[in-house]
Design a protein around this ligand. Structure first.
Ligand code: NAD
Ligand code: MG
Length: 413
């Protein structure tokens, strides 16, 4: 169970702002973190930013937050980064002088070097997909604190992350809003008094749509989330409910509970993010506006908190809060996650990799929306592997699943 390691986390040795590296700095979470560093410079100092291959937005992120290290995880993008930097320098104003002294690097070893630097307090893991596992493990293997948004790393590599935490004494603080809410609730109760953890789900854009029309949904409709503004992949995951399936597995690893103790409820307003059902019959809820600044800022500054991080809820203005059971026939992804946890071996990694491939196939127009979850289901049925013991073994599983599911995506299944 990871929660006690967070609760017991020692205060930072240094005073002054928390020194942060943001992996995935050009994405939705990363950009929110950059904005927070601009708003609260006395609390947060971003010293390094990592992206995958797009140089221009990463340089702009570095300029905004004053980071002096810029790293692209794709080694082959180094030349493009250098050339983008020349153009970027030419446009800088005199106030942006720190941005004229940036260190530029590319490749996985440069990512490792940055996230393990001795002056880094917290690594914000906000890359998209299992590709983010590399930097999560690199940071944890150096005993760092990781604020984890990148749920796919934990879903696919939960056992490797757990092993690293136990061996090297790092800490994992949840950023995903539901897990951040549960983490905050769990710090104030005795764990043996908790019966169930409850994750809420908005239900996404197709909560009320006739299931037999899901074949026709467009990419634009599927990425349009009713409550949250997020990257494309997680928006599609929210529309299929695979996001909650991944979050169920994430909760099992973070809080060390069997999946039977984690419930999922639809809550379309997205104001209550997590709940604890206690053995004594009471329920404790965590509510806040649907704004990722809250969980990101809290995770980066933990155990401190930031005054006025997000606007308070105006309780008298709330509509009636609605909670509904998840309809299994509409959203089969949750049952797939429970099945994968029961199956063990590499099943959760298979679920994650097959979903990543299917979602990207949908996003490039290669398959219809209603094929995403059946492709994951087929992968779980047909592709079984022993539990990976090392990152190399996990990447081998990932490669095999990607190859197979890509083949299925191009066929008539
Ligand atoms: P996004 O697609 O907007 O951004 C992804 C970022 O990751 C980009 O900066 C991209 O350059 C970077 N990236 C991709 N591969 C990388 C690699 N190998 N190394 C380094 N950087 C890489 O995604 P997002 O919506 O910000 O989500 C990021 C993660 O946070 C996902 O795992 C998602 O599930 C999780 N999350 C997001 C939200 C949200 O509100 N957006 C909420 C909860 C959890
Ligand atoms: Mg979430």
């Amino acid at each position: 169970m990871l929660v006690p390691s967070c609760i017991g986390a020692a205060p930072r040795a240094r005073s002054g702002p928390v020194s942060v590296v943001v992996v995935g700095a050009t994405g939705s979470i990363g950009t929110t973190a950059v904005t927070l560093a601009e708003r609260f410079p006395e609390r947060l100092k971003i010293i390094g930013v990592v992206g995958r291959e797009r140089a221009d937005p990463l340089l702009e992120a570095a300029r905004r937050c004053g980071a002096n290290s810029v790293v692209l995880s794709e080694e082959s993008s180094y030349a493009a980064l250098k050339s983008a930097y020349s153009t970027f320098l030419a446009k800088l104003s005199s106030e942006d002088l720190p941005a004229s002294r940036l260190s530029l690097e590319a490749g996985p070893e440069s990512v490792t070097k940055l996230v393990t630097r001795s002056d880094v307090d917290v690594v914000l893991a906000a890359a998209m997909g299992m590709a983010g596992l590399h930097s999560v493990l690199a940071a944890l293997n150096a005993g760092k604190r990781v604020a984890l948004a990148n749920k796919e790393s934990l879903v696919a590599g939960g056992a490797l992350v757990q092993e690293s935490l136990e061996r090297f004494g790092g800490t994992l603080i949840p950023v995903d809003s539901e897990h951040a809410a549960l983490f905050s609730l769990l710090r104030n109760v005795r764990f043996d008094q908790v019966k169930h953890l409850v994750l809420t789900a908005s239900g996404g854009p197709f909560l009320r749509r006739a299931v037999n029309t899901l074949k026709e949904v467009s990419i634009a409709d599927a990425v349009k989330h009713p409550r949250w503004s997020m990257g494309a992949k997680i928006s599609i995951d929210s529309a299929t409910m695979m996001n909650k399936a991944l979050e169920l597995i994430e909760a099992v690893w973070l809080f060390g509970v069997e999946h039977q103790r984690v419930k999922v409820l639809i809550h379309p307003q997205s104001l209550v993010h997590g709940m604890l059902e206690m053995h004594d019959g009471s329920t404790i809820m965590h509510a806040s506006s649907a704004d990722m600044s809250g969980p990101i800022g809290s995770a980066l500054c933990f155990p401190e908190s930031i005054p006025d991080l997000i606007p308070s809820l105006s309780l008298p203005q709330l509509e009636n809060l609605v909670f509904e059971e998840v309809e299994g026939a509409r959203f089969p992804a949750i049952a797939l996650a429970r099945g994968a946890l029961d199956a063990g071996g590499a099943a959760c990694a298979v679920l994650n990799s097959s979903n990543e491939v299917a979602v990207h196939a949908f996003l490039r127009g290669a398959i219809s929306f209603d094929r995403i979850v059946p492709l994951v289901s087929r992968a779980l049925e047909e592709l079984q592997f022993a539990a990976p013991k090392t990152p190399t073994e996990l990447h081998q599983v990932d490669r095999e699943v990607r190859a197979k599911v890509s083949e299925w995506c191009s066929g008539s299944f």
